[in-house]
Design a protein around this ligand. Structure first.
Ligand SMILES: [Zn+2]
Length: 484
């Protein structure tokens, strides 16, 4: 068996790993790299060697850094099955379509700015039609149902509790007469997160683990601390008849905030106030979330009864720009959840213009904001900021709620991996910045794992020369690694 590391190695984006076993080539995720423009362009054009001979793709969930390069590989000629859960197919459809639109607009903008004489126009990485072509290859499969990939190889999805439809992957095969098992954690969620279920316990011990490590050395603090902080912010705005702005990711975080506010209303902790979701993608994902009650946790099912999710509140989903503009004249109290969390682009900018100079309005950040962005300047308490082409004095309230991460922290990851923290397990630590990945690899070793490595991009590890396709047969000694 060989694992080739094709992305999210010593970084948190671009998840992709190629397995070769029993003559099959299986790609785990095909995610987009998000980072500086030139590096992103190079890495997002990179595909594994002989990618057309890949037999199947297994997609863990619909975040862009896990599905965003599917249109690239399909555009280049990959035409086999892409396995995912039904909810992931819907989330990935929205995410890939949005990514295609952004790339088309980006290429248009750069081409309009003019090119040097003789320079070819910039082509978008992919177009909406490429994203649409991916959808035809999706095979929707259920959690906990073993899928036969042929050649004695099977895989099973289990709920990873990360976002709607997210899964971790268990791959099983026979090698040299012994049964082998590999766990690909993809992204693991937090326990007790709203709406979706907790990560399902991993079934038994594994020979190989490819684990994420996004927050491998961090501690998010208790998730219970989130609710009182959000409640206090909403009450602040109700008491002052003012507006609460929540710059938020469209996928997952928007629905989580909606869920909390609906809970406050339902428990009569606050009166019923208008809530706006102002982001086309946020609206689409909210609509899709409602359709998948079979993946809701017990608390959410008990809360909604036979109703639709979010139907009990005065929620307005603003898709069109006219609907968005109407929110500007909305008096408080109200909650406005809008993209993007960085405040660098998206409809949140129009709402910031209205609210920044009003002392009774509040902007509440619900997660980490990257340095160098408007969101971060506000979060850090800067008193004068530029929005579009005008400066504003920041007189509104600014707060941050930590603890709403969709990723398990280090202790939660160790709790999740518990059954396989054994000396017979070899772990490959991916999907984390170098300090997080290296640190988490050390923690795995301290907790009993026999071997833990942090592979480099484009490196590979061969555990057995048997079953490798083509020229690779018998090429390398078992257990050799060029990963580090
Ligand atoms: Zn994710």
């Amino acid at each position: 068996m060989r694992i080739q590391f094709c992305g999210a190695d010593r970084t948190v984006t671009g998840s992709s790993h190629l397995l070769e076993l029993n003559g099959l080539r299986i790609l785990l995720d095909c995610g987009m790299y998000q980072g500086p423009r030139d590096e992103a362009r190079r890495l997002n054009q990179y595909l594994p060697e002989n990618f057309k001979s890949i037999d199947a793709i297994i997609l863990s969930h619909g975040h862009l850094d896990h599905c965003g390069k599917l249109p690239v590989i399909v555009r280049q000629g990959f035409n086999k099955t892409i396995y995912c859960t039904a909810a992931t197919a819907e989330v990935a459809r929205i995410v890939m379509t949005d990514a295609a639109k952004i790339q088309e607009e980006d290429a248009d903008y750069l081409n309009r700015r003019g090119r040097a004489p003789g320079e070819d126009p910039i082509e978008p990485l992919y177009r909406s039609t490429d994203a649409a072509a991916v959808l035809k290859l999706f095979r929707r499969v259920k959690y906990a149902e073993k899928q036969d990939l042929g050649s004695g190889v099977s895989f099973t999805f289990f709920d990873a509790g990360h976002i709607l439809g997210s899964a971790y992957v268990v791959i099983e095969w026979n090698e040299d007469g012994t049964n082998k098992r590999l766990l690909f954690t993809a992204d693991v969620g937090r326990y007790d997160s709203p709406i979706i279920r907790d990560p399902v316990s991993i079934p038994g011990v594994f020979d190989y683990v490819i684990t994420e490590s996004t927050y491998g050395m961090k501690d998010h603090g208790p998730i219970d601390a989130v609710e009182p902080q959000l409640l206090d912010a909403v009450k602040f705005c109700i008491d002052r008849k003012s507006r609460l702005l929540v710059p938020s990711f469209a996928v997952g975080r928007t629905q989580t905030i909606l869920w909390y506010v609906q809970k406050f209303i339902q428990e009569k902790t606050i009166p019923s106030i208008p809530i706006f979701v102002d982001s086309p993608m946020g609206v689409d994902v909210t609509e899709v979330t409602k359709q998948f009650r079979d993946v809701f946790d017990e608390q959410t099912l008990a809360m909604i009864g036979t109703n639709d999710l979010f139907s009990g509140s005065r929620v307005t989903l603003a898709s069109s720009s006219q609907e968005s503009r109407n929110i500007n004249s909305q008096p408080g109290p109200c909650v406005i959840i809008a993209s993007s969390p960085t405040c660098e682009f998206g409809r949140i900018l129009h709402h910031l213009k209205q609210s920044l100079e009003r002392p009774n309005d509040m902007v509440i950040f619900v997660g980490w904001v990257p340095p160098g962005t408007l969101g971060r300047r506000l979060q850090d308490g800067q008193k004068r900021v530029k929005v579009f082409d005008r400066f504003y004095d920041v007189r509104c309230q600014i707060r941050t709620i930590h603890g709403l991460s969709a990723h398990a922290d280090g202790n939660e990851l160790l709790r999740f991996l518990g059954p396989t923290l054994k000396k017979e397990t070899a772990a490959y630590v991916v999907h984390g910045e170098e300090d997080q990945a290296e640190g988490f690899a050390r923690r795995l070793l301290e907790n009993g794992v026999g071997r833990a490595e942090v592979p480099a991009m484009e490196s590979s590890v061969i555990t057995s020369a048997k079953g490798l396709p083509g020229d690779n047969k018998g090429a390398t000694q078992p257990a050799a690694s060029d990963g580090d």
